[in-house]
Design a protein around this ligand. Structure first.
Ligand code: SF4
Ligand code: SF4
Length: 276
């Protein structure tokens, strides 16, 4: 079963719950945990797993031949990422960190002055702890488009997923491209939220996104007792998305979190019971 642990808002405890869920499921199952929060992956820290690099993630980057270039600026005009700057009468200048490797500039160049080179944009790591295998993507600092790394992580796990009973994908926060890439084809998306106006606002966004992608959604309410949860209940009803567990604000949980340890709480068993 492929489960995405997600949340519109950062800092709601997504990685903490994804790792705790992996620990609980791994008592009786083989679990593949995928850290797709490639901007700042941290599941390995929470689970104390040593990672080893398995591959670089590379993308195409254009190389401009100044001997052929006629300084027309068409490559700059077509680049949606603003990765090529062109000033009239000058050679175009490439900003590699902005480039997503879409090849539009190469196609647009009228004189064939653009060829391809490779650029490293990230890395993929693997680690193991008992029944959990962790695959973690990491983006190179300065790179703009993290969905390219998430997609490469997904390609890497494609051949391995049959070996596991559960695949848990810990997505980035938000509803942008890398989150969409991570959520695609999941059988269940667990939205982690908290009972605050911002938590509810971002919960609505992630539930809307999952509905659009055709991903069945359920909700876990973290720090459930810090405020009134009526708004979250209303949202849950509106999207027909059940609140399957509530995790209270508990000093022991916060202590485990601050030490970078997986949390142990009866609500994690509740999540497992309600996966299907
Ligand atoms: S490959 Fe795409 S993103 Fe990169 S510079 Fe060319 S047009 Fe821009
Ligand atoms: S489109 Fe080709 S010829 Fe025109 S500025 Fe870009 S590289 Fe030079």
């Amino acid at each position: 079963m492929k489960i995405a642990v997600t949340g519109g808002k950062g800092g709601t405890g997504k990685s903490t719950i994804a790792t705790a869920l992996a620990m609980e499921l791994s008592k009786k199952n083989k679990v593949l945990l995928v850290d797709a929060d490639v901007d700042c992956p941290n599941d390995n820290i929470i689970l104390s797993i040593n990672l080893k690099k398995v591959k670089d993630v590379e993308t195409m980057i254009p190389k401009i031949d100044k001997k052929k270039c006629i300084k027309c600026g068409k490559c700059s005009q077509i680049c949606k990422e603003k990765a090529i700057v062109h000033v009239k009468g000058e050679f175009p200048v490439l900003i590699p960190e902005q480039c997503t490797g879409c090849r539009a500039c190469k196609i647009a160049c009228p004189v064939g002055a653009i060829s391809e080179e490779k650029q490293k944009i990230g890395e993929i790591f693997i680690g193991k702890k008992e029944n959990i295998t962790l695959i973690s993507g990491k983006m190179k600092p300065g790179i703009e488009e993290s969905s390219l790394i998430v997609n490469d992580v997904k390609k890497y796990i494609k051949q391995r997923k049959e070996d596991y009973d559960y695949m848990i994908i810990d997505t980035a926060a938000g509803t942008h491209c890398p989150v969409i890439a991570a959520l695609m084809n999941s059988e269940l998306g667990i939205a982690i939220t908290e009972p605050t106006p911002l938590g509810n606002h971002d919960l609505i966004l992630i539930l809307k996104l999952m509905k659009k992608l055709g991903v069945k959604s359920k909700i876990v309410l973290n720090r459930s007792d810090i405020s009134n949860k009526n708004k979250i209940i209303q949202t849950s009803k509106k999207f027909n998305s059940k609140i399957i567990a509530e995790i209270p604000y508990d000093k022991k949980i916060q202590k485990a979190y601050s030490k970078g340890e997986p949390i142990k709480h009866k609500s994690i068993k509740e999540i497992v019971k309600n996966l299907k």
